[in-house]
Ligand binder design. Structure first.
Ligand code: COI
Length: 352
């Protein structure tokens, strides 16, 4: 396909209706959105239009059988007004891994990157600058066949929209270790960023939230004895000996923030270990005083500490009144993202 993107500008920006430095998370959207259609085996008609509702048929296969995948990524603006994306090619890679698992077409890099550059260039005024805020970008793809039977769709839509955001969590987290429900099973699609994974997590999350927890801390589906991730993020455990994070399996999301935390910790010569972490081990570390800190990592969640986890009805509190490593990591990420520190990992891609 040609990379010529048709652009239909808004008549009037709506930015003056908002204080974009104080918008919370996920409620305010920029002026424009990108769309592109997969028809007859090819991506076509790339376009940027005013952000708004789209017309869908009630028979749309994504609505019934869940062929729907998405990504979450961010763009930042530095003090000189320069804009850069954080590791967008990692999001593209993961989108295409999810697409393969959900039997959807691959998205070429040039469409993904051109959509990001042109959309964010148009809506750059919407990027908040205070630390912890960013322009959150949501690329997503869904099946669009009008057909009632269960089969892989022949047509798809890829879209991108963006929203200025502050922190997803503005407090430390209380999590409940899951003992019954399963997020990802062996041979399943836990590693894919597909809509169904989030839908299936909602009921157990609602039960946990009713009991006052913020999130479920998922365990492996086979034995419910190994830590996996929360409903919104990966998880890190810091002990006196090492920093641990569950090793990636087919049931875990390969988080880009997770990957970046690991790269940074290696650069800082920290003992970072990717391994199976059992709940028994976690409780033992807690009981012996070896457990120093736990935090979650994600694009939306950034780095957020866990202040308490619960297992079999017992609460395990963590001391968050210490020099938190998560805070140091977050500060380093922020410095790299806004250009205050050199991007020694080549994470940032400047807006063209
Ligand atoms: C993200 O971190 O980007 C996600 O997709 C998770 C969701 C909780 C917003």
């Amino acid at each position: 396909m040609s990379l010529e993107i048709t652009i239909n500008h808004v008549e009037q920006t709506k930015i003056s209706s908002y204080d974009i430095e104080n918008v919370g998370f996920g409620k305010v959207f920029t002026d424009h959105m990108f769309s592109c259609d997969y028809i007859n085996g090819a991506w076509q008609n790339p376009r940027i239009e005013p952000f708004g509702k789209i017309e869908l048929s009630p028979t749309l296969s994504a609505l019934h059988y869940g062929q729907a995948i998405f990504e979450g990524m961010k763009a930042f603006k530095n003090n000189d007004g320069k804009v850069a994306f954080f590791r967008p090619l990692e999001n593209l890679k993961r989108l295409n891994v999810s697409a393969e698992r959900m039997c959807m077409p691959q998205l070429p890099a040039e469409i993904f990157m051109e959509a990001l550059h042109q959309l964010v260039k148009l809506d750059a005024a919407w990027i908040p600058v205070q630390a912890g805020s960013a322009l959150y970008i949501r690329p997503f793809m869904f099946a669009t066949d009008d057909f009632l039977g269960v089969k892989q769709s022949e047509t798809y839509k890829f879209m991108v929209y963006a929203c200025p955001v502050n922190a997803y969590y503005n407090h430390f987290l209380k999590v409940r270790v899951e003992e019954h429900y399963t997020r990802g099973a062996k041979g399943g699609a836990g590693f894919a960023k597909c809509a169904g994974n989030y839908a299936a997590a909602m009921y157990p999350t609602m039960l946990a939230q009713k009991e006052g927890f913020d999130q479920v801390l998922w365990t492996d589906g086979a034995t419910h004895t190994l830590l996996e991730e929360t409903g919104t993020s990966n998880v890190f455990v810091i002990t006196k000996d090492a920093i641990y994070t569950p090793e990636l399996t087919e049931t875990l999301l390969d988080g880009i923030t997770r990957k970046s935390v690991i790269e940074l910790l290696k650069d800082w010569d920290q003992n970072i270990v990717e391994k199976n972490i059992s709940i028994d081990e976690l409780i033992q570390w807690h009981n012996t005083g070896d457990l120093l800190e736990m935090f979650v990592s994600g694009t939306a969640a950034t780095l957020t500490n866990i202040e308490m986890f619960s297992y079999k009805g017992i609460r395990y509190d963590l001391n968050t009144n210490i020099d938190l490593l998560s805070v140091k990591i977050k500060e380093e990420f922020n410095a790299i993202r806004i250009g205050a520190k050199a991007d020694r990992f080549n994470w940032m891609i400047a807006l063209k």
